[in-house]
Write a protein that binds this ligand. Sequence first.
Ligand code: RTP
Length: 148
Amino acid sequence: MERTFVMVKPDGVKRGVIGSIINRFEQKGFALMAIKLMQIDLALAEEHYRDLRTKPFFGELVGYLTSGSVCAMIWEGPNAVANARSLIGKTNPVEAAPGTIRGDYAMDVAGNIVHGSDSPESAAREIGLFFTQELPITTFMGFPYNEQ
Ligand code: RTP
């Protein structure tokens, strides 16, 4: 069993597709471990995407991520990281296959609806970042893995 971190980005929240995205993960067979709607601050956005800090689009990226609420989730299942990335589709929606989340809901790389961790190490880091920090939480539902 593995866990991954998935986040519906502000454009996904604004467009009302949280439910559709959750539905796809549930249909695939993932188990939802935790979920919360939250507003992230600049420091967390910059830390989350720290590997991209030298990219020319970094400012635009963190601005986008802090432009509204996000829905942070932990999903669990076999090969959770790779399975989630395949459900989500390629980074650029132009290349994302129809049937994937980005292929079906997005048109532009700067607004690609959803994030999924790219490795088990990233997943552990991101889960730690988003689910331990004291940040404003609008809604929270979660339970420890062992109590399932
Ligand atoms: P994510 O981290 O959001 O799941 O995306 P990813 O692994 O598929 O792609 P990554 O290379 O890590 O890029 C992170 C996010 O940066 C934005 N981006 N903008 N303007 C651009 O050329 C550009 N390239 C990437 C996207 O929002 C991408 O998801």
